[in-house]
Design a protein around this ligand. Structure first.
Ligand SMILES: NC(=O)c1ccc[n+]([C@@H]2O[C@H](COP(=O)([O-])OP(=O)(O)OC[C@H]3O[C@@H](n4cnc5c(N)ncnc54)[C@H](O)[C@@H]3O)[C@@H](O)[C@H]2O)c1
Length: 266
């Protein structure tokens, strides 16, 4: 139990990545605050963790609303006494090209992906400093933040911004012993998220095929699942990573390391 006695807030606890990370942290002994703008995503994630013997509470919160973020942090403090780990995972995926993107949609995606991470980090870090907790803050990025992705201007831009947000926040918080690192997922195998949704009592979703065969282009020949990100999040949250801050941990099956025109042999 690497996180026994720890309290973690995870934002964006859908059955996909956030739910997988929340479950992974709980499996290592963390008490988890599952926070989502959609009440069902927060409630069902917390319920699932409690049903398996863990401790969790649900908070409905929009990460772009500072008052709601403050209320989320206050709820964690009331329920469990404070916060040791924050996983900034809430995000809006997908988008449009720079030619098509309406300003309103750009503003919303930047607000959730970038400003939401700033607000959650600000208020969780303030509580950590007040309580003298040497906590760990994790920022969920994307390989689209490392590379220029076509047709996804606000997403690619916001995720790239988060890489340097992580480094700058790590410098602000280093003297308080609070570590800030990012974790980079990539195109994610859909199966685990579909199964988790079914386990939470939802109807089975159809697998949707994209235009690109991501699996074939991944150097490891397979795509990561939420549980792989969860293991990396446990590492960054735990004392095993006590000397690591301002770092980006890519869990991307080798995607970003690849020489771009190389297509791995089958
Ligand atoms: N799925 C992928 O292939 C992939 C790849 C790379 C990175 N990521 C990143 O991983 C994270 C999770 O992705 P996912 O695939 O699980 O997506 P998802 O859409 O299943 O989950 C995102 C969650 O964030 C919540 N959310 C959205 N706006 C919010 C707000 N304003 N306040 C609070 N919660 C809000 C949603 O309700 C949802 O539960 C995102 O940051 C995403 O960018 C995903």
């Amino acid at each position: 139990m690497k996180l026994a006695g720890h309290v973690a807030i995870v934002t964006g606890t859908s059955p996909n990545i956030g739910g997988g990370i929340a479950e992974g942290l709980a499996a290592e002994g963390a008490r988890v605050v599952c926070a989502d703008a959609l009440a069902d995503n927060a409630a069902q994630c917390a319920e699932w963790i409690r049903g398996r013997g863990g401790e969790a509470v649900a908070v409905t919160a929009d990460v772009t609303d500072e008052a709601q973020v403050e209320a989320m942090v206050a709820r964690a403090r009331d329920a469990y006494g404070g916060v040791d780990v924050l996983v900034n995972n809430a995000g809006i995926l997908g988008g449009l090209s720079v030619l098509e993107m309406p300003l309103e949609r750009w503003n919303r995606q930047i607000a959730v992906n970038l400003t939401g991470t700033f607000l959650c980090t600000k208020h969780v870090a303030r509580l950590m400093v007040e309580q003298g907790r040497r906590g760990s803050i994790i920022v969920i990025v994307s390989t689209a933040g490392h590379q220029g992705q076509a047709g996804n201007i606000a997403y690619s831009t916001s995720k790239s911004g988060l890489l340097n947000f992580t480094r700058a926040a790590a410098m602000d918080l280093a003297r308080h012993g609070i570590r800030v690192n990012s974790l980079t997922p990539t195109a994610t195998d859909a199966e685990e998220g579909i199964e988790r949704a079914v386990a939470w009592g939802r109807p089975r979703a159809e697998r949707r095929g994209g235009m690109l065969d991501f699996r074939k282009m991944a150097p490891l020949g397979t795509l990561p699942s939420p549980r792989h990100y969860a293991r990396a999040a446990v590492f960054l949250a735990s004392d095993d990573a006590e000397m690591i801050t301002g770092f980006d941990l890519r869990v991307d099956a080798g995607a970003v390391a690849k020489y771009w025109p190389w297509i791995p042999p089958p």
